[in-house]
Design a protein around this ligand. Structure first.
Ligand SMILES: [Zn+2]
Length: 165
């Protein structure tokens, strides 16, 4: 098992922004997300775990700031612009994508590098032929490979960095 360095910033992403949570997880940022959670509970968890709240709900942002919790108020509507807002505010550096630090987009757990022979039955043969590196979620056991895991995101990250220049 590879030793992985934890990223510093952690997030709590509000219900309307599930895509943002998934992208942040793939980028290696620990990001909590629930499709439904009430404000009070969200604020309590964010405070306890020192997470930055990301939300489109201005009331929630104001409330969380009253409790001294850092929060990012998302004003834009497209995924790429919303990610730019997060990256800019939190001062993230996302130029390098590393499959070994990516988190499971489904459940936010860490993923570990797995040998492709060990997952032979779980992956279509075509995928096995085309990919060398595979990762498995430690929690939900979902398997990821570079095609899904890295390449699309690499493009998106390139676009975000262009926009932020
Ligand atoms: Zn998972």
């Amino acid at each position: 098992m590879l030793h992985k360095k934890e990223n510093k910033r952690t997030f709590f992403v509000d219900a309307m922004l599930g895509n943002i949570a998934k992208k942040l997880r793939l980028l290696g940022y620990d990001s909590k997300y629930f499709s439904y959670i009430d404000d009070e509970k969200l604020i309590n968890i964010a405070k306890k775990e020192n997470r930055i709240i990301i939300s489109k709900d201005e009331n929630l942002v104001k409330k969380s700031q009253k409790f001294g919790i850092e929060s990012i108020f998302i004003r834009k509507n497209t995924e790429i612009d919303q990610l730019c807002e997060v990256v800019r505010y939190a001062g993230l550096r996302i130029s390098e994508i590393n499959g070994d630090t990516a988190r499971c987009p489904k459940c936010n757990s860490l993923t570990v590098h797995v040998d492709k022979i060990s997952i032979k039955e779980k992956i279509p043969s075509k995928v096995r032929e085309l990919n060398e590196r595979f990762w498995k979620c430690e929690n939900c056991s979902k398997i990821y490979w570079e095609g899904t895991h890295i390449k699309n995101l690499q493009k998106l990250v390139g676009k975000i960095n262009e926009k932020l220049q």
